[in-house]
Design a protein around this ligand. Structure first.
Ligand SMILES: Nc1nc2c(ncn2[C@@H]2O[C@H](COP(=O)(O)OP(=O)(O)OP(=O)(O)O)[C@@H](O)[C@H]2O)c(=O)[nH]1
Ligand SMILES: [Mg+2]
Length: 428
């Protein structure tokens, strides 16, 4: 037991982990980056990393995942470093986890548990807490048989903290009941959000969703876009930190791009390689805004040597969320840290520094061009008894010129297809 200076018990056991990777050299993933990322995840979950080991093998061993011989090597590493945790880079079955624990005599978890644990730690809002708990329960349900992790009474350590903490000892039936309850609460929250969305879509404000790999700089970009627009309350800024999964809750904010052209910007949770399926499922509801977005800003950390792979992973998660064929601007971020130029592939790709503000104006122009591409300039003649339409236009559209003539008000204005149809009778 550890006691801090305020005499509070911080019953955190120090976890020293050995990381285990599996490489079937099919070339899907670069095992080096994958293991580096696993280390980052382990650190983010608050444990120390003592060593790591990779098994190169064509096939997975049903009993020990990486084979008995390699497991003995893991055991030797655990003993050498006095480690108490072994983290696998891939998802293990309940049986494999127990078999391995019995040999290495340390707790064994996998990448999924690690990610779920970080999410549990970061979850702040009621909805994100419920989503993480749901994902944890769905992971644990088929693995309920007693393992070291599940029977651990200490209630501390990676994979044991968070909303699902004491739920391991209760039986499947009660877990299933809890799953149903959570689903119900999430559905209620979804309905409330739907209502808000309907209200918003009545105002016809386009939605621009910021998506991308974790730590790419999505929230920093969001803040930059908010700060640049005329917003007074700076405390409404989004939390930014150099850590994995700083953002769990979607957050939206209206910003103006000038000329009466407003959009709603949505900041979202970051993605990572091998993001647990249960987690993607659980976060589907809060990511609905991405599904409905008019435009995606796919933020890429251009300083990460593996960024092409990160783009692919982000795209595959978006696919899982049924987000397909959306207009997308690839926003290559952190240009201030780049030593050499990078190749931009598509016409709309852009290189920016969200921190320094480089390229932000150009990005806003691109957003404006894409989102409001159906705008056309028309001339309208509004009779004097229709003065309210003139005020309406002034508040929703870009009025270019106004002239008062004998028959009424002559307005030159930029309108969308919808507005065009709405005001058709006045268009000259
Ligand atoms: N040098 C530099 N650092 C940046 C830039 N943009 C973001 N960062 C840093 O990158 C780190 C991650 O930024 P966030 O904005 O929290 O990233 P995110 O994509 O929202 O991350 P998650 O919410 O965890 O998915 C922070 O330390 C930022 O200060 C940039 O343009 N240049
Ligand atoms: Mg963020």
């Amino acid at each position: 037991m550890i006691i801090n200076e305020k005499n509070e018990i911080v019953d955190k056991i120090i976890e020293r982990a050995v990381l285990v990777g599996f490489n079937n050299d099919k070339g899907h993933i670069d095992i080096k980056y994958s293991m580096l990322e696993l280390k980052e995840l382990a650190l983010a979950a608050g444990c120390q990393v003592s060593d790591s080991i990779i098994q190169n093998k064509k096939t997975i061993d049903a009993v020990f995942y990486i084979g008995k011989g390699k497991i003995d090597e893991v055991k030797a590493l655990v003993e050498m470093h006095d480690a108490n945790l072994v983290i696998f880079n891939d998802e293990l079955s309940g049986a494999q986890q127990r078999n391995i624990e019995n040999v290495v005599e340390a707790r064994v978890i996998d990448r999924t548990v690690l990610i779920l644990d970080i999410f549990a730690k970061r979850a702040k809002s009621k909805v994100s807490k419920l989503q993480v708990e749901l994902a944890q329960l769905r992971y644990r349900l088929p693995r309920l048989k007693g393992s070291r992790s599940n029977l651990s009474k200490t209630g501390a350590g990676i994979g044991t903290r968070g909303p699902g903490e004491q739920k391991l000892e209760i039986d499947k039936r009660r877990i299933n009941e809890r799953v149903t309850d959570i689903r119900k609460s999430l559905e209620e929250a979804r309905l409330v959000r739907n209502l808000q969305r309907v209200k918003r879509s009545k105002n016809e404000i386009p939605i621009v969703a910021i998506v991308g790999y974790t730590n790419a700089g999505k929230s920093t970009l969001m803040n930059k876009l908010i700060a640049d627009t005329n917003v007074e309350d700076t405390d409404k800024h989004v939390f930014v930190k150099d850590m994995l999964f700083a953002t769990l809750d979607t957050f939206h904010r209206k910003i103006t791009l000038g000329d009466n052209k407003d959009v709603i910007i949505v900041d979202t949770v970051g993605f990572v390689s091998k993001l647990p399926h249960s987690l993607v499922e659980a976060f589907k509801a809060t990511l609905e805004e991405v599904t409905e977005a008019d435009l995606l800003l796919h933020v890429v950390d251009s300083t990460n040597l593996d960024y092409n792979n990160q783009i692919k992973i982000t795209e595959s998660v978006l696919n899982e969320l049924n987000v397909r064929d959306k207009k997308t601007i690839f926003v290559y971020n952190k240009s201030d840290l780049l030593n050499e130029e990078i190749d931009l592939i598509n016409e709309n790709d852009i290189l920016i520094s969200a921190v320094k503000g480089d390229g932000i104006d150009e990005l806003k122009e691109k957003i404006k061009k894409i989102v409001f591409d159906d705008l056309k300039i028309v001339k309208m003649l509004l009779p004097f008894n229709k003065g309210y339409i003139y005020s309406e236009l002034c508040s929703i559209a870009n009025v270019i010129s106004t002239e008062y003539i004998e028959e009424g008000t002559l307005v030159e204005v930029e309108v969308s297809d919808k507005e065009y149809n709405k005001y058709k009778e006045f268009i000259l």
